[in-house]
Ligand binder design. Structure first.
Ligand SMILES: Cc1ncc(C[n+]2csc(CCOP(=O)(O)OP(=O)(O)O)c2C)c(N)n1
Length: 280
């Protein structure tokens, strides 16, 4: 989680420095979700993500150099610098910046796993704002009918860009899935250990043939939507810094343990940044 946090902060400063182009969506504050889910996946599983994908990719692959080089538009990026921040195509990992656009692909890979008799799980991360996309519901319908091994992880960070959830969503979030007979496990937590337990239970159920399921995580994004756009009340953001995942889990570590982790992260990250900068 610390590496993801520092990677994202570094990206934001590289943008300020003018080293990066385009845009980026950091997941600062949501790192625990990615780490908790990936803990339970095996190599043949597939992960699908969205515009806010860096934490998911790093937790899944650890390929920080491939990701940074990609975002820098360099040939050594995992998509040769063509995909950029939002459009990752790597073995077992895909992301797409069109909200909801990747959900049918996740269902398709789940179907492939079902047909070839593997115990592969397909996991797709969406945001609360994506509950407004029609394509999601067409996919949920088929996924439920065909009992596909699909886990939808909905990260409800309460805002879709600058629109609060109250202005965006009729009915209830679980109700959106339950209408298709898809069970929802809801958790309001930034504690990686609580999240890990919830994610583990869901992955096991899907892998065991229970059909599609949803892990609905109520969380918060501590940074802007992308690089600068943020219209949320300052008090609301400040309150959430007091329960941010690194703080929550960091309290379990002794000071010396925390210093070791932080030191290792800085060393590894500095090496990635130096290597990426030197690439052509
Ligand atoms: C189909 C589509 N419409 C609009 C956008 C522009 N857009 C990018 S992210 C975003 C908000 C997404 O909110 P949410 O799904 O809650 O994810 P979050 O950004 O909160 O992680 C919007 C409107 C888009 N990428 N795709």
């Amino acid at each position: 989680m610390r590496f993801i946090r520092r990677f994202e902060e570094t990206l934001l400063s590289l943008f300020e420095e003018g080293v990066l182009n385009g845009t980026t969506h950091a997941c600062i504050g949501q790192e625990a979700d990615a780490v908790a889910v990936m803990e339970h996946l095996v190599e043949e599983d597939h992960v699908f993500s969205n515009h806010r994908c860096h934490g998911h990719y790093l937790a899944r692959t650890g390929d920080a150099l491939g990701l940074l080089a990609e975002i820098m538009g360099k040939e050594a990026g995992m998509c040769r610098g063509i995909g950029g921040s939002q459009h990752i195509c790597a073995p077992g990992f895909k992301s797409n910046g069109v909200q909801g656009g990747i959900v049918p692909a996740a269902a398709g890979i789940a179907l492939a796993g079902q047909l070839d008799g593997s115990r592969r799980v397909s996991v797709v991360f969406i945001g609360d704002g994506t509950l407004g996309e029609g394509l999601l519901y067409e996919t949920l319908n088929i996924a439920a009918l065909w009992r596909l091994p699909l886990l939808v992880v909905c990260e409800d960070n309460q805002w879709a860009q600058s629109t609060p959830i109250e202005a965006n969503l009729a009915g209830s979030m679980p109700g959106r899935f339950e209408a298709f007979g898809i069970p929802v496990r809801e958790i309001d937590s930034t504690d990686v250990l609580e999240l890990r337990a919830a994610a583990g239970a869901e992955v096991d159920l899907v892998r065991g043939g229970a059909g599609p399921r949803v892990l609905l995580i109520h969380t918060y994004r501590l940074c802007h939507h992308s690089k600068s756009d943020d219209e949320r009340p300052a008090e609301e953001i400040a309150a959430r810094w007091a329960v941010e995942p690194l703080l929550v889990h960091g309290r379990r570590l002794r000071d010396d343990e925390r210093r070791i982790v932080d030191g290792e992260v800085e060393t590894a990250l500095a090496q990635v940044v130096a290597t990426a900068r030197a690439l052509r």
